[in-house]
Design a protein around this ligand. Structure first.
Ligand code: MN
Length: 411
C-alpha cells in the first residue's frame, strides 16, 4: 500500500510506475526536463528526487539525464533496482517528507517524448487485422500470403516522425491513384489524402544496445525491452494503396506516428501475461516460445470522445518476443530507443477492429460516431487510444499512458 492518497483504483498505483519525461515550466529552481513517474493523480519527478535522497548508485546517473536513454541503456538490473527503490519510497510513510516536495499535479506538467526513437519497426502481427486488410487491399486474392504464419511480417518505418501524444497531426499530401487516366495518360494525382486512418497499436521500447550478430531468443524479451507504449500509426490509405506494391509502405505512414508519453515497464505487466493464440504451423525453432508469451491488454479507441472499437491485444497471433527474435535473427544490432510495434490490434468481433479501414470495410460502410458518421478521418477529428491491463495488486487495473491526437487540415 502506498501512503499517497487516491492511488488505489487510479490506474497509477504503486504496481504500475510508468516512466516519462516532463517539463516543469514554472519551476525556476528545477529548470529543464525531469525523468518522472506517475502515482495516483501526481507526477513524481525522479531527477530532482534522486538528487535529494539516497539513491542506488547505478540508478542515480540514469535519472540525472534529460531523457530515458541512459536508463533504457542501463538494462534490467538497474530497472529492477529503480523499481524497488521507488516502491520503498512510496510505501514506507517515513519517506513522506523526503518525497512530497517532488510531487506535482499531473495537470501542471508537460510530458514530452521520453526517449529518442532510434529505429521504428512496425509489424503486422494480428491475424484478424491481416486477414481483413488483405481482403480489402487485394479483393479476390489470397487474404493471408503464404509467409504470414511463418514469420512476423513487418517493415522499417520512420523514427524521426514519432511524436508524443497530444501533438496535432497534419493531413498529408501524397499521390493516389485516380479512376481514369488524365489527358496526359497519368493514372495518379497529388493532393491531400482523402482516406486518413488511425491504427491502434502496442509499441515495445528497447533497452540496451546489442552487438551485430546478436540473435535474441523470444523468451528473453524482458532482458531487452524495458516497456510498452500505446501507439497510433496514422495511415493515409489512398497514398499507401498506390505506393506499397511491391516494396511496402513508404510515405503513407511516414508523416506521423504518435506514441504515449508514459512507458509502462514490462515488470508491471507480469500479471497480464497470457498464452499466445495457437500457432499453426508451429514456428521454426528460433521463433518458438515456452510459456505465456502474449499480454492481455484491453484497448479502447475513441473518436471525438465516442468509443468506436475495443480490440483485445491478447488475440494478437505473434508475440513481442517473437517479433524481437525475428528482427534480430539476421544479425542486426539493436540500438537503445528502438521502438517496434505489433501493427493494428484487431480481434475477431465487428467492434474489435483497430482501424477505420476495417471498421468501415474499406470505406464502403460508414460507422456511427455519436450523431455523425465516418468512413475516414475528417479535419478536426480527435483520436484517443487508452489501454488497461491487470496489475500485481489485488483487483488492480493499470491504465497505460493515453495516445491522443487531433487532425489538422492539409497546408
Ligand atoms: Mn501500423
Amino acid at each position: 500500500m502506498t501512503w499517497i492518497e487516491g492511488a488505489a483504483g487510479s490506474g497509477y498505483d504503486v504496481d504500475h510506475l510508468p516512466l516519462g519525461v516532463v517539463e516543469l515550466p514554472d519551476m525556476a529552481d528545477r529548470t529543464g526536463t525531469q525523468v518522472a513517474t506517475r502515482i495516483g493523480a501526481h507526477v513524481l519527478t525522479l531527477t530532482s528526487l534522486a538528487a535529494a535522497v539516497r539513491t542506488p548508485e547505478d540508478v542515480q546517473p540514469a535519472l540525472a539525464a534529460r531523457d530515458l536513454g541512459p536508463l533504457l541503456a542501463a538494462g534490467p538490473s538497474t530497472w529492477s533496482r529503480l523499481r524497488a527503490w521507488l516502491t520503498d519510497l512510496l510505501t514506507d510513510a517515513t519517506h513522506r517528507d523526503d518525497v512530497e516536495p517532488h510531487l506535482h499535479a499531473h495537470a501542471d506538467v508537460r510530458p514530452i517524448l521520453p526517449f529518442a526513437v532510434a529505429d521504428f519497426v512496425d509489424f503486422y502481427a494480428s491475424e484478424h487485422h491481416a486477414r481483413r486488410a488483405g481482403e480489402i487491399m487485394r479483393p479476390g486474392g489470397e487474404a493471408l500470403l503464404p509467409n504470414w504464419r511463418h514469420l512476423p511480417v513487418g517493415y522499417h518505418g520512420r523514427a524521426g516522425t514519432v511524436v508524443v501524444s497530444g501533438t496535432p497531426v497534419r493531413r498529408p499530401y501524397g499521390q493516389r491513384r485516380t479512376s481514369e487516366p488524365d489527358r496526359a495518360g497519368r493514372l495518379a494525382t497529388y493532393a491531400p489524402s482523402r482516406r486518413l486512418d488511425f491504427e491502434a497499436e502496442l509499441g515495445f521500447v528497447v533497452g540496451p544496445p546489442t552487438a551485430p550478430g546478436t540473435r535474441i531468443r523470444p523468451d528473453d524479451l524482458s532482458e531487452h525491452v524495458f516497456g510498452v507504449v500505446a501507439v497510433n500509426d496514422w495511415s493515409a490509405r489512398d497514398i499507401q494503396g498506390w505506393e506499397y506494391a511491391p516494396l511496402g509502405p513508404l510515405l503513407g505512414k511516414a508523416f506521423a506516428t504518435s506514441a504515449a508519453a508514459w512507458v509502462t515497464p514490462l515488470a508491471a505487466l507480469e500479471d497480464a501475461r497470457v498464452e499466445l493464440p495457437p500457432q499453426d504451423p508451429p514456428p521454426l525453432p528460433h521463433l518458438a516460445v515456452n510459456g505465456p508469451a502474449g499480454y492481455a491488454i484491453d484497448v479502447e479507441v475513441r473518436l471525438n470522445g465516442h468509443v468506436v472499437s475495443r480490440p483485445p491485444y491478447a488475440s494478437t497471433y505473434w508475440g513481442p518476443g517473437q517479433m524481437l527474435a525475428h528482427l534480430t535473427s539476421g544479425g542486426l544490432p539493436l540500438r537503445t530507443g528502438d521502438l517496434f510495434a505489433g501493427g493494428t490490434i484487431s480481434g475477431p468481433g465487428e467492434d474489435e477492429r483497430g482501424c477505420l479501414l476495417e471498421l468501415t470495410h474499406g470505406g464502403a460502410r460508414p460507422i456511427r460516431v455519436g450523431s455523425d458518421e465516418r468512413t475516414f478521418l475528417e479535419d478536426g477529428d480527435e483520436v484517443s487510444i487508452v489501454m488497461t491491463a491487470s496489475g500485481a495488486l489485488p483487483g488492480s487495473r493499470l491504465r497505460l499512458g493515453e495516445v491522443a491526437g487531433r487532425v489538422l487540415p492539409a497546408d
